[in-house]
Unconditional design. Sequence first.
Length: 86
Amino acid sequence: MDSYSIIIKPHVTEKTMNLIDLNNEITFVVRRTANKGQIKRAFEDLYEEKVARVNTHITTKGEKVAYIKLEEEEMAEELAVRIGVF
């Protein structure tokens, strides 16, 4: 499966902005049928960053959101600036 079809867009809320600073996590809306392994591979392929873990959550709107924790400290903040979240 194509990496661009798995990771759809960044998920930006007040909570996710705090997660970037406090937990070194960044969140994305992902394809609902994608599993954690596919999400991890797609993220590493697109952004060339190492992923420590992936947690997923389906919102009340029916969107699947992936919480991606990065291995390197402060990398989530740099990545958020690079993709235009900040």
